[in-house]
Structure formats: C-alpha cells, structure tokens
Design a protein around this ligand. Structure first.
Ligand SMILES: Cc1cc2nc3c(=O)[nH]c(=O)nc-3n(C[C@H](O)[C@H](O)[C@H](O)COP(=O)(O)OP(=O)(O)OC[C@H]3O[C@@H](n4cnc5c(N)ncnc54)[C@H](O)[C@@H]3O)c2cc1C
Length: 272
C-alpha cells in the first residue's frame, strides 16, 4: 500500500514551518527523518494533508555544550549522536544506548526530536530522557515552552505537545565523573524494538530508573528508585516493580512484561 495524496512543503525557517503547521486548512504534520511517519502513511495509519519537511531547518540541528547542559537540536539524527564526542563525554548513558536504537539505516535518518514527538512506548529515547532528567523545548507561533521529560510523555503516542507546536531542543544535564549509568534491553534481534528495556542513572546516591516497552509509555519506577536510595538491594527493587502499570503488546503479554522488567533491571543494576 502507498500513502494517500498529500502536499509537500520544505520551509526555510522555524517561523515559516510553524505558520504552515498552524494553517487549519492544510491539516499539516511535521516530517523529520520519516522513519516512523512514512511507514504510518503508507499503511494509512496517518493521512496528513500537507507534510512540512523540517530538513532545511539548520537552526534545529546540532549538539552543543552550554555550561552544565548538553543542548541537542530536535533535527539531530541518531547517527550524529552516535558519532559525537560531546555526547560520549557529557551524556555517557546516551552513548551506551544509541547502538540499540533501530538499525544503522534507520539511525542515518531518524531524529531525536521525531522520537520524542512520537512517544512510541517501545522507543528507547523517551525512557533515556526520563532517566537523565532532561528537558524538552517546544515552540509555537506564540512562544517557547520547556517541559521536564517527566511531564512530557503522557501515554501511548501521546505527549504534552499541542497542535501546531514543534519540538525544537532537548537539554540534558552533563554527567559528573561520579555519576553512574546503565542500560539494558531485551530484543528478539539486535536493533529490533525491545520486548523490555531500562535505563538507570545514579547521581549523588540518588537513582532514576526508567523503563520502556513494558507499558503504554516510558515510565519511571519511583518505588524501586526509593528502595535503592534507601540502600535496599536488587531483589527488593525488583519486588517494588509490581506497582507499575504493565501492559502487553504484540511481543508479549502483561505478565511477561512484568517478568522481563525484573530481568532487565537486575542486569542493569549488576552493571551499574
Ligand atoms: C525498521 C525500523 C526499526 C525501528 N526500530 C526502532 C527502535 O528499536 N527504537 C526506536 O526508538 N525507534 C525505532 N524505529 C523508529 C525510528 O527510531 C524513528 O526514526 C523515530 O521513532 C522517529 O524519528 P523520525 O525523525 O524518523 O520522525 P518522523 O517519522 O519523521 O516523525 C515521527 C512523528 O513525530 C512528528 N515529528 C517529527 N519531528 C517533530 C518535531 N520536531 N516536532 C513535532 N513533531 C515532530 C511527526 O509529525 C510524526 O508524527 C524504527 C524504525 C524502523 C523503520
């Protein structure tokens, strides 16, 4: 099957892109790397009237250190993150996880902003941003807003992003030398969407644990975090996962997701 007819625009500025997206007659959608949107259009799961291609917006691309924060433009591709010395140095958790996000061909086109905006419950990036206490900046014709990642991912393919807004930047605190990070996912084949996965950060004795592919969204395991913060062990932390709202998907049912969450957390904590 092929996509239904659509119009195509490639604006030269964020302001022009926002104007196109805000034009109600167009029923427009932003196009980033197209690695999720184009298949969704081909399957007719999405039928935007106009595609607003963001690829000419250099202002949305790039990785720069700004004091104790690493700022990543929404149109920065996974491959650029993989190759970035700044990412490896400032956000080692991203460097650990990036090779697990899809396959090289997808990483060549897929963008961090596209993954954040899509909020696929099986995607790694939303969970990584929760574990890293990142902030997500969005822009509309009336101004700019910044959301904590914790408040951004609301449900399956659902975020705090409002109609006509664009994700423009992701800001991640730079890791200190004493910080520790771990990442573990179980996938049928390397590069496939995971059946369950977890990202863990320990900073100043405080833990952040974020899961993906176990529920309808990426989510933190605050009960398990509290156990570890109080000096509890791995088994106790795994037991605390029972409070999470597990949900099955095409890969596995709810009970399997709960079991796998314990497996990935155990392995991630062993490697922390
Ligand atoms: C074979 C295959 C395997 C994959 N495996 C994985 C995997 O293991 N893990 C994983 O996380 N992902 C995986 N993906 C998805 C891939 O990572 C996508 O690239 C990513 O989810 C979306 O990024 P994109 O830049 O391609 O966005 P697009 O597909 O262009 O857009 C996705 C959605 O976000 C919207 N959007 C895009 N950019 C913005 C923006 N700046 N502001 C507001 N809205 C925006 C679009 O309108 C669309 O609704 C896989 C994809 C394929 C084809």
């Amino acid at each position: 099957m092929k996509a239904a007819d659509f119009r195509y625009e490639r604006p030269a500025s964020v302001a022009d892109a926002l104007a196109l997206l805000g034009d109600e007659d167009r029923d427009a959608a932003p196009l980033a790397g197209g690695q999720s949107l184009m298949p969704m259009m081909n399957f007719r799961l999405a039928q935007p009237g106009t595609l607003v291609d963001l690829s000419a917006l250099d202002e949305l691309r790039g990785i720069k250190r700004d004091g104790e924060v690493l700022r990543i433009g929404a149109m920065t591709r996974y491959v650029e993150l993989v190759r970035s010395d700044l990412v490896a140095e400032c956000v080692p958790l991203l460097a650990l996880a990036l090779p697990h996000i899809a396959h090289a061909a997808v990483r060549n086109r897929g963008t961090i902003g596209g993954s954040v905006a899509l909020a696929d419950p099986a995607a790694e990036m939303p969970a990584l941003l929760l574990a890293l206490d990142a902030e997500i900046t969005v822009q509309s014709p009336t101004g700019t807003k910044t959301h904590a990642a914790t408040d951004f991912f609301l449900g399956m393919y659902d975020t705090a992003l409002e109609e006509g807004e664009l994700v423009t930047e992701i800001a991640i605190p730079v890791a200190a030398e004493t910080d520790r990070f771990s990442f573990y996912e179980l996938a049928r084949r390397h590069g496939d969407y995971a059946m369950a996965g977890v990202a863990v950060a320990r900073r100043d004795g405080s833990h952040r644990i974020a899961f993906f592919s176990i529920s309808d969204r990426a989510l933190r395991a605050t009960g398990a975090e509290a156990v570890l913060d109080a000096g509890g062990g791995v088994q106790e932390a795994v037991a605390a996962l029972s409070e999470l709202p597990f949900a099955g998907d095409l890969n596995a049912g709810e009970a399997t997701k709960q079991h796998l969450s314990g497996v990935v957390l155990t392995r991630a904590l062993e490697a922390l």
